[in-house]
Design a protein around this ligand. Structure first.
Ligand SMILES: [Zn+2]
Length: 223
């Protein structure tokens, strides 16, 4: 899953505005950042193909197993709570990190380990039906980003919607146009660039939001 992973981040930012959007967007892909980096050192890895499923995790215990997901979520949540000085922001970020596994569960073929070994593994396999996988991911992004945008001031709203549209475009290109990268290093480089660019997009929404706060009438009266 690519764009769909960002839906929990958009939802969490509407529910807990103290958690910065850039950090939530990064949290949504935290375990994939780990997977790509570990894959570059052959600690984890995937089999790539130009037919469905285009990616099968062959070694993913450290990042894509259920127990590892729990550890990643708690660690990132505690770290975020400390750095941001907000317990609710920490909980939001931890929950978004955990959401990655459950979103992957929908699309992956059975390659997500349930324990500390690669087998047994689970996955509901929506990737075998690309139009449905595409529709699910785009639907999740549009609904969640639209719901967040309703709460944002004008400039931040425009930027958030722009980010959502870019993610839908990216999903469309990666699903139907761009072929699977032939080697893992190429996949990792492009994935990491996408994760960084998306977080940067979130940061620009945060900035716009900070510059034009939606003040309550009571706050406006204060000198
Ligand atoms: Zn993943």
């Amino acid at each position: 899953m690519l764009a769909g992973h960002y839906a929990p981040a958009f939802i969490a930012h509407r529910l807990v505005p103290r958690a910065p959007l850039w950090a939530l967007l990064l949290a949504a892909q935290a375990v994939d950042v780990g997977f790509m980096l570990l894959g570059l050192f052959d600690v984890e890895g995937a089999r790539l193909a130009d037919h469905e499923p285009r990616l099968i995790v062959t070694a993913g215990v450290w990042t894509h197993s259920l127990p590892a997901t729990a550890i990643w979520a708690v660690t990132c949540g505690l770290l975020a709570a400390r750095l941001l000085g907000s317990r609710s922001a920490g909980v939001a970020i931890g929950a978004v990190v955990a959401s990655h596994w459950f979103a992957d569960l929908l699309v992956h073929t059975p390659d997500l380990p349930l324990g500390l070994t690669q087998e047994p593994a689970v996955g509901l396999g929506l990737w075998l039906h690309p139009p449905w996988a595409w529709a699910l991911e785009c639907g999740l992004v549009l609904a969640s980003c639209g719901w967040l945008a309703l709460r944002l001031p004008a400039t931040a709203r425009r930027r958030a919607l722009g980010l959502g549209a870019a993610l839908v475009g990216l999903q469309t290109l990666s699903e139907f146009v761009i072929p699977t990268p032939p080697v893992f290093g190429q996949l990792a480089a492009s994935a990491l660039a996408i994760y960084a660019a998306t977080a940067l997009g979130g940061w620009s929404v945060d900035r716009a939001r900070g510059a034009e706060p939606t003040a309550s009438p009571r706050e406006q009266k204060q000198p």
